[in-house]
Write a protein that binds this ligand. Structure first.
Ligand SMILES: *[C@@H]1O[C@H](CO)[C@@H](O)[C@H](O)[C@H]1NC(C)=O
Ligand SMILES: *[C@@H]1O[C@H](CO)[C@@H](O)[C@H](O)[C@H]1NC(C)=O
Ligand SMILES: *[C@@H]1O[C@H](CO)[C@@H](O)[C@H](O)[C@H]1NC(C)=O
Ligand SMILES: *[C@@H]1O[C@H](CO)[C@@H](O)[C@H](O)[C@H]1NC(C)=O
Ligand SMILES: *[C@@H]1O[C@H](CO)[C@@H](O)[C@H](O)[C@H]1NC(C)=O
Length: 655
């Protein structure tokens, strides 16, 4: 009974509000009207615009409002004879604008930086004016833009890389200006119309824009590649190339010598000359090969990505002279879909780089590209797979997508150089977090974070095993990278084993994680991944690195060491001292220890499947927040069936 009057009152109230609202609706966009009047009064124009101040602005020529008439959403003033600079604080105050067209006037000066205030702008047409100055970077902040036309002005200077921010662009018209420098390698998937003709651009056309016709690029200073004739790889005209002269100069000379000598040889038709020529060629080839091997065997240390890519270039050069022409493929990084990068080998060439680490598959570099992107480049060594195998495996690896798996972004294959490109993870690896700079100045990795890392790693690995049916083959703490925000784990370096011959992995760095059967049969399996994951759990719990040849006095591997300590008495001694301050989590630690030990069972069949491991960790995680009683209860109720597996090494398991 009581609710009915309340409801009536409520609906009356709503009605009142609505009436009030329609009142507001009837009014016009006062503020925007002011801005428009102020714009018109301050700019020279040919009186073609008759905006009557006593009328609603929504009725004016060229003006459109939103449905409630509270703001101006579209302003189209093409060819109305506007002259001079756009007065400040006029149009830039129309913050609700979706469409702005001022084309075909005689507007001049710089395009106002205040345009960055028009955040809702979808279409901007400023073509056929006399705007000057540099490309207005303010425009690249308008991330909703779909059409941007600033053609036929006198804009100059470089095109900013921040154009890449305009991910919704379908049309970008920059022709008939005086832009100079290189075309930034922007990759805008929805871009359908693109024109930079009649400017002063030079350098190579980025791969991402090569799909446009040559008329989009014609009449520039010196553009090459894409739809235009290819850039000469040995005369890198595009930009001042960092290729050191010694490596390119001899090649250039060779080519010249070859052609003139050939002409002479033909004209004289002297066999002797041809013979000499051949000798000369052989000599040069040998010399070049030598200098190349010298280059590749550069000592480790701070090597720039330049040297990485340089080796790639020289090898493709080799391919040509060797007759095995790879056509347009050479020098090409192959990108996977869904990535946000758009650079080419040339950009990598110019990147600065530092060594991140040397692993069992090769050396990783952190490369900072010119436009600020940071990526990790892995230079694989001792790859035995042929090009096709390699590409096939990369296609498989590149398709893996999961939040706890580090995606492969691109790869490069040439005879002498195999590169992988992944995201750079600034938070670093689990290995660095656990073992890096112990002691002073170190923030201990607390239990919650360790459990979170264990859980997210298990999720990633389970995804590989179940959804992708892929063996990781290289589980270790340095391949577990952490996300900056929440320390969730991301697994890297997966699925690379098929690229190497079986003998590659006798490397000591990974020994501690290798299941016993892998050391013998040299074949990785799902179960050997589970073993590696088990070692990882023990590493998280003990804080000890399985790579250490000896733990303390004994020469023993981590699983056996844990087993020996635990067998004597379920002692807390195994756990990392950093964890010992918090006694409330001891039970969880023991639980995770049990899971870890189940994973490192000697006999592969006794190890649980990865999805089972994941479920156990998830159960553990979800029982958190319960009372102590609940925790014990739930763990009791789920363990009996696994009891035999989870208990410390039984008789059948001990070595
Ligand atoms: C908005 O303004 C236009 C032009 O004055 C008018 O025709 C229209 O009825 C107005 N709409 C509303 C909802 O008031
Ligand atoms: C841009 O917007 C800010 C805040 O809305 C305002 O203070 C500023 O004056 C605007 N700039 C221009 C050029 O209109
Ligand atoms: C736009 O691009 C620049 C340079 O690439 C970058 O620094 C900036 O953060 C980007 N801005 C947005 C809003 O994405
Ligand atoms: C690009 O602009 C130039 C000059 O306006 C024009 O000749 C050419 O046809 C345009 N190309 C494309 C693909 O639109
Ligand atoms: C390309 O243009 C830039 C700027 O105009 C200039 O500095 C550079 O030398 C040019 N490069 C070549 C190879 O012409």
């Amino acid at each position: 009974m009581e609710t009915i009057p309340k409801r009536i009152i409520a609906s009356l109230y709503t009605l009142l509000l609505l009436l009030n609202a329609t009142n507001i609706v009837k009014s016009e966009p006062t503020q925007d009207k002011q801005s428009l009047l102020s714009f018109l009064s301050q700019i020279h124009h040919e009186n073609r615009l008759q905006w009557n101040p006593s009328e609603s602005a929504c009725n004016w020529i060229g003006v459109q409002c939103d449905p409630t008439n509270s703001s101006v959403t579209s302003l189209r003033l093409p060819g109305v004879g506007l002259v001079g600079e756009i007065p400040p604080n006029t149009l830039t105050s129309l913050t609700q604008l979706r469409i702005l067209s001022l084309r075909s006037n005689r507007l001049s000066g710089a395009i106002p930086a205040g345009f960055s205030n028009l955040t809702l702008l979808r279409s901007l047409y400023l073509q056929n004016n006399q705007f000057s100055g540099e490309f207005p970077t303010a425009l690249t902040e308008l991330t909703r833009l779909t059409r941007l036309d600033i053609s036929s002005n006198t804009l100059s200077g470089p095109l900013p890389f921040s154009l890449a921010n305009l991910t919704h662009l379908t049309g970008l018209f920059l022709q008939n200006n005086e832009f100079s420098g290189r075309i930034p390698s922007i990759d805008l998937p929805s871009l359908a119309d693109f024109n930079v003709s009649n400017n002063r651009l030079n350098g190579s056309i980025p791969n991402s824009l090569a799909r446009f016709p040559s008329s989009s690029f014609e009449n520039n200073l010196d553009l090459c590649g894409g739809p235009l004739p290819p850039c000469n790889p040995f005369f890198p005209s595009p930009t001042p190339s960092p290729l050191p002269p010694p490596s390119s100069a001899p090649v250039r000379k060779n080519n010249r010598k070859l052609s003139t000598a050939a002409i002479v040889g033909i004209s004289v038709a002297g066999g002797v000359l041809i013979l000499l020529l051949l000798l000369c060629l052989i000599f040069l080839l040998i010399r070049k090969r030598r200098s190349k091997t010298r280059k590749v065997q550069k000592p480790p240390g701070i090597i720039t990505a330049r040297t990485v890519a340089e080796a790639g270039t020289s090898s493709s050069k080799d391919d040509i002279t060797g007759g095995s022409v790879e056509g347009g493929d050479r020098n090409k990084l192959v990108f996977f879909e869904g990535g946000r990068y758009s650079f080419d080998l040339e950009d990598l060439l110019r990147a600065s780089a530092e060594v991140l680490g040397k692993g069992s598959v090769g050396t990783s570099y952190k490369a900072v590209l010119e436009e600020g992107t940071t990526v990790v480049v892995k230079r694989l060594k001792d790859v035995t797979a042929a090009k096709r195998e390699f590409e096939q495996q990369m296609a498989v690896v590149g398709n893996v997508k999961h939040e706890n798996v580090l995606p492969l972004r691109a790869f490069y294959f040439s005879k002498d150089e195999k590169l992988l490109v992944c995201d750079f993870m600034p938070a670093g690896s689990l290995s660095a977090l656990l073992h890096g700079s112990r002691g002073t100045g170190r923030t201990p990795l607390d239990w919650d974070n360790r459990l979170r890392i264990a859980l997210s790693t298990a999720r990633g690995l389970t995804h590989l095993h179940t959804t992708e049916k892929m063996v990781h083959g290289n589980i270790k703490s340095s391949n577990i990278l952490l996300k900056q925000e929440n320390l969730d784990a991301c697994i890297s370096d997966f699925g690379l084993n098929p690229l190497f011959s079986n003998t590659t992995f006798t490397n000591h760095r990974i020994m501690g994680y290798r299941a016993p059967e892998v050391l013998e049969a040299r074949k990785v399996t799902f179960k050997s991944d589970v073993y590696g994951f088990g070692v990882l759990l023990l590493e998280l719990l003990t804080g000890k690195s399985p790579n250490q040849a000896s733990l303390g006095e004994e020469e023993i591997d981590l699983p056996r060491w844990v087993q020996s300590v635990v067998r004597e008495e379920w002692t807390a001694e195994v756990f990392d001292v950093e964890l010992m301050s918090n006694h409330s989590v001891e039970e969880e630690m023991v639980q995770l220890l049990q899971i870890g030990m189940a994973c490192v069972a000697i006999v592969p069949d006794q190890r649980p499947e990865m999805q089972e491991v994941l479920r156990m960790i998830e159960d553990m995680n979800s029982s958190r927040g319960d009372t102590d009683d609940g925790l014990r209860h739930s763990s009791d109720s789920q363990t009996p069936s696994k009891e035999s597996r989870l208990s410390p090494p039984g008789p059948g398991v001990t070595p």
